[in-house]
Write a protein that binds this ligand. Structure first.
Ligand code: HEM
Length: 381
C-alpha cells in the first residue's frame, strides 16, 4: 500500500520519504500560512532567503529569548549566549570570531579518539556480536560531541563527560521538561561553562584559542561569552551530528557497506546522506515586526517555518541542510568529516548496518531527522 504524503511540513520530518512532498511544496506553495500548525511556511530558496534577510526575522521569539523552563539558571544563561540564539551586531561579532577560530583550529586538528560504541558491559555474552541498537542510539549522539570536543583540544579523559553534559543540557530545553531534568540540565551547563572557560584561558591553549582570546579582547567581548560559544559548538554538533551519522548509517545498511569501508567511501556515504536524506529539515524565524515577503503580508509575532529540506530539492548543490546567510552553519566541513570518521568506526566495530536499516523509526522531533534503532518489539517502525 502506498504511504500517504505527510499532512504538513512538521509531519514530513519523520515521514519515510518526504522528498516528493517537499519538492511539490517548494514549487506550489513557496510561502503560505498553515492554519492547522499556526505557522507561516517558507519552502522555496527565494522565499526562505527573503525571510532570512529581513531584519525583523529573529532567531528567537522577542518575548522568550531563552526557553522559559531554563531561563532562571545556568542553562538559560548559557543558551542566551549562543551566537545561534542571538541577532544583530552582537551576533555578527561573535559569529565572525567563531568562524575564524574554527578555520584556524582546523589547520591543526587531529583525528579524535572515538567513543567505544559498545557502552554496556557484555559479561554475560561469550560471542562478540558488535554494537546493538541501544549502543548505536547512544553512539549517534555521543560521537559528534566527542569529535567536536577533541577538535577544540579538550583532553581525551573529558570527552565522554562533555557528551553526557550536552545531552543533559539538550534534554532540559523542551517546554515539557520535568523539574529534575531541568535541574540536571543546569548542573550540566555549569560544568560545561566552567570547563570551556578554563580551557580557553589555559596558558597552554592552542594558537587558535589564544588568537580567539585576543580577538575577543580587541572586540571587547567578555571571555565568559567566548567560552559559552565554545560550548555552543559542542551543542550545535550534537543533534544535527546524530542525524547526519544516523541517516548515513541507514544508507550504509541499504547499500551493503562493509566494515572494510575506506575513508573515501565513508565520506561519499555521508555526503550522499546529506544530499538525499539530510539531518536538519527546518528552522524557524520569529517576526519582531510585520513584514512583506513573497507577495504576502505577515503580521508581527508570527513564526515562519523555513523548510530547508524543501529548498534543497530545488537546489541540491547548495548547502541548504546547513542553513544560509547570517546564521549559516560554520561547522559544515567539520560535521562532514566527523560523521565519516564516526561511521567508519561504528562499522569497524562490527555494527550490523543492514539489520539496523531494516527496522527503525525517526525520533519525534520537529526539525531534526534522527533514526532511532532501539524500539519496542511491537512498535510500528
Ligand atoms: C550534521 C551536522 C550539522 C548540521 C546539519 C548543521 C546545521 C546547521 C543549521 C541548519 C544552522 C542554521 C540554523 C538557522 O539558521 O536557524 C546551523 C547553525 C550553526 N551551526 Fe551547525 N550544523 C551541523 C554541525 C555543526 C557543527 C559540527 C558545528 C560546530 C562547529 C556547528 C556549529 C553551528 C553554529 C555555531 C551555528 C550558529 C551560527 C549562527 O547562528 O550564526 N554545526 N547549523
Amino acid at each position: 500500500m502506498p504511504i500517504p504524503d505527510p499532512l504538513d511540513p512538521l509531519q514530513a520530518v519523520t515521514h519515510p520519504d518526504p522528498y516528493p512532498y517537499y519538492a511539490a511544496l517548494a514549487r506550489d506553495r513557496p510561502l503560505y500560512h498553515d492554519a492547522r500548525l499556526g505557522l507561516w511556511v517558507a519552502s522555496s530558496p527565494g522565499a526562505i532567503l527573503e525571510v532570512m534577510r529581513h531584519p525583523a526575522a529573529r532567531v528567537r521569539p522577542m518575548a522568550e529569548p531563552v526557553p522559559k523552563g531554563i531561563a532562571a539558571g545556568p542553562a538559560g544563561a548559557l543558551f542566551g549566549s549562543f551566537a545561534r540564539m542571538t541577532d544583530g551586531a552582537a551576533h555578527a561579532c561573535s559569529k565572525r570570531l567563531l568562524a575564524n577560530f574554527v578555520a584556524r583550529q582546523a589547520q591543526h586538528a587531529c583525528s579524535p579518539a572515538w567513543p567505544d560504541p559498545q557502552t554496556k558491559s557484555r559479561a554475560d555474552t561469550t560471542t562478540d556480536t558488535g554494537p546493538d541498537a541501544v549502543d548505536v542510539d547512544h553512539y549517534l549522539y555521543a560521537a559528534p560531541v566527542h569529535a567536536q570536543a577533541a577538535f577544540l583540544g579538550l583532553p581525551a579523559a573529558v570527552l565522554a563527560g562533555c557528551a553526557r553534559d550536552i545531552r543533559d543540557f539538550l534534554a532540559a530545553l523542551p517546554p515539557a521538561a520535568a523539574a529534575p531534568v531541568i535541574a540536571t540540565g543546569h548542573a550540566a551547563a555549569s560544568r560545561l561553562s566552567a570547563r570551556l572557560h578554563a580551557h580557553l584561558q589555559a596558558p597552554q591553549a592552542s594558537p587558535a584559542l589564544r588568537e580567539l582570546r585576543l580577538e575577543g579582547a580587541r572586540a571587547g567581548l567578555d571571555p565568559a561569552l567566548l567560552a559559552a560559544n565554545l560550548v555552543g559548538l559542542l551543542f550545535q554538533s550534537c543533534e544535527a551530528g546524530a542525524g547526519l551519522l544516523g541517516n548515513a548509517l541507514v544508507l550504509s545498511g541499504r547499500r551493503g557497506a562493509s566494515s572494510a569501508l575506506t575513508r573515501e567511501q565513508a565520506q561519499t556515504l555521508v555526503d550522499t546522506a546529506l544530499r538525499d536524506d539530510p539531518a536538519i529539515h527546518n528552522t524557524r524565524r520569529f517576526l519582531a515586526e510585520p513584514i512583506d515577503a513573497g507577495g504576502q503580508h505577515i503580521e508581527a509575532g508570527a513564526t515562519v517555518l523555513l523548510v530547508l529540506a524543501a529548498a534543497a530539492t530545488v537546489q541540491p548543490q547548495a548547502h541548504w541542510p546547513f542553513g544560509a546567510l547570517a546564521h549559516a552553519c560554520p561547522g559544515r566541513d567539520l560535521a562532514r568529516q566527523h560523521a565519516a570518521g564516526a561511521l567508519r568506526h561504528l562499522l569497524q566495530a562490527g555494527t550490523d548496518a543492514a539489520a539496523l536499516a531494516a527496522r527503525f523509526r525517526y525520533r519525534a522531533l520537529p526539525n531534526a531527522r534522527i533514526p532511532q534503532f532501539a524500539i519496542p518489539k511491537d512498535a510500528t517502525p
